[in-house]
Design a binder for this molecule. Sequence first.
Ligand SMILES: O=C(O)c1ccccc1N[C@@H]1O[C@H](COP(=O)(O)O)[C@@H](O)[C@H]1O
Length: 220
Amino acid sequence: MPDIRVKICGLRSLDDVATVAATKAAYAGFVFFPKSPRHLTIPQARELTLAAPVGLAKVALVVDADDALLDAIVDAMPLDMLQLHGHETPERVAEIRARYGLPVMKAIGVADEGDLAALMEYSLVADQILVDAKPPKNAALPGGNGLSFDWRLVAQRRWLKPWMLAGGLTPHNVAEAIRLTNARQVDVSSGVESSHGVKDPAKIKAFVEAATQDGPPILR
Ligand SMILES: O=C(O)c1ccccc1N[C@@H]1O[C@H](COP(=O)(O)O)[C@@H](O)[C@H]1O
């Protein structure tokens, strides 16, 4: 089986970073969105990103961020990617890519067939596409809600750029999600937490092992 690249999102402590760094996860995500229980201030995120090993890609997650916020984030810490999880237009994605010279991953919410056209549209301008569940109407968060979508909608599909599957993934369902969709990259936040916004080291380890087929089968 080809390598599966795993992103663990919403790290909030040095212990979280150490836990993720000790697994085969490829990416660590840091959230800059005040409404999120995973939100970090810039000094907090700087400390965590500096503690992360070079081989672990550090991703800053923002939601409709303006240049002032992005400037402050990018200037303060080492980053490998920007994740745009709001209503950024294709033009804004291109602008951010050009301004910061960092790879940009654009999140797209999927609920039905009608949402798939956006994946192709954004794959023209972003470096990666994050295929997430569409948040419920009036949800406080545009992602990180622990909700999945019908994976058959994206099963075996390809776009112009690498893509990552997200939304409601857990140590128990990630292997099946990969098998069904043929995703080569997966992203998780809620599914590796013991309570809202609090990461669980055992779940992180179990998730990475299940995704990379690197551990014992998970018994339910
Ligand atoms: O994690 C958050 O708090 C968050 C806030 C705002 C936008 C996105 C957020 N997380 C991303 O949402 C998806 C799915 O998360 P979950 O596994 O269903 O909880 C994932 O890409 C996170 O990076």
